[in-house]
Design a protein around this ligand. Sequence first.
Ligand SMILES: [Zn+2]
Length: 430
Amino acid sequence: MNNNGLIVYIIGTTAAGKTNLSLNLGIDNYEIISCDSMQIYKDANIMTAKATAEEQQIRKHHGIDLLDLDSEGFNRKQWKNITIQKIEELQSKGKIPVLVGGTHYYIESILFNQENEENQVVQEAELNLNGKEPYEYLKQIDPLATEKFHPNDHRRIKNQIKYFLSTGQLPSEQLDHHSEFCQLRSNNFLIFWPKWKKNEDLKIKVTQRIHEMLDQGGTEEILRVFERLQNNQNKVGGVLQSIGYRQFDKVYQYYKESGLQFPNVDEKFNELLKEGAEKLINDTMGYTKKQIQWIKNRILCNSKIDLIANRLFLLEFESIQTFKEQVIVPAQKIYSLFCQLFQEDKLGDELFNISQLNLQNITIITPDMIKKYKQTQNLKSRQNWKKQVCELCNKTMNGPFEIEQHFKSRFHRINLLKDEQYQKKKQKID
Ligand SMILES: [Zn+2]
């Protein structure tokens, strides 16, 4: 891949206006590549929030409808190869690739240079633990690293062992020097991060959007997708595993058993549908938290703070009404500036500094803000992996960050309340 071309990324949570922004960057010199692990499937359109036919007419989209609904075993490496090919193709035509999506796991395979990591990873089948439990095995090679994991967390522990066997480096060192994994592929990039200012507003939007999707063909699509995949031996893979479908398995089950014919459904069907929608809203909100964590951990963690501060733009907005003014207008200014700077061959320079340039009224992520994020992340670093058990909840936590989070959590407070009531009752009886 030609690492000198300009690549634009639009990242952020679900329902934060990424598609809207991607269609409105101003200069007509780009095409869109979707970075979404669900939109790669054909016939799963509504619940995946795929660009509509009209949107695809406004701007050419790639990276969607790559696979049949019942395809299995597609992985990130394959996605990366297809995408890099597409990026090269667009660049050779003089177009700027704009990568848009919420599957940050995909995005980072383009943004960062992860060749070594991917080529050398030991496969599961090659993993030989000499009959030991993964936890015991890891303890032998790297006792410090075991402190970070629960002994039964086999999957993550195995990943640490694979990392050691592949690279010869101690996992605890890797966990400590996270930024080594964040080797940017090139300096010629621009990232937009549209974000709701208030999380409550994001939740309102997510809720509204999910209900709209279900009302506008989504319910039918869910039933169709389940129907198509019901005879599939390997139901665990692919689209049924993703947010948007798996929350509705009970709806489909009931639909089959009851012999209903959509759209003629009964009360029970609607009830289950409502439950599914609620589950979907919760899962989606949980996912948005992970998406933001990824941006903070993987992008802002980059050791070259000044570099990322000059290429990543957080565009916060308050409402749909202010989206144009708070996101689109500044993004257009920045985009046109970057296109110009790229043409003048100024972007590759690490010392290039955006704040000297004319970006009036546009707040940028400052190095200070990144430092603050980093400090929060450091709370979780290995000096702080000490374990603590909450006996009330029977839960083991790693480090002060998790401990603090746990004591603030609803789960813990409910248990606390129950315990208080129990103690009171007990007192009365005594
Ligand atoms: Zn607790």
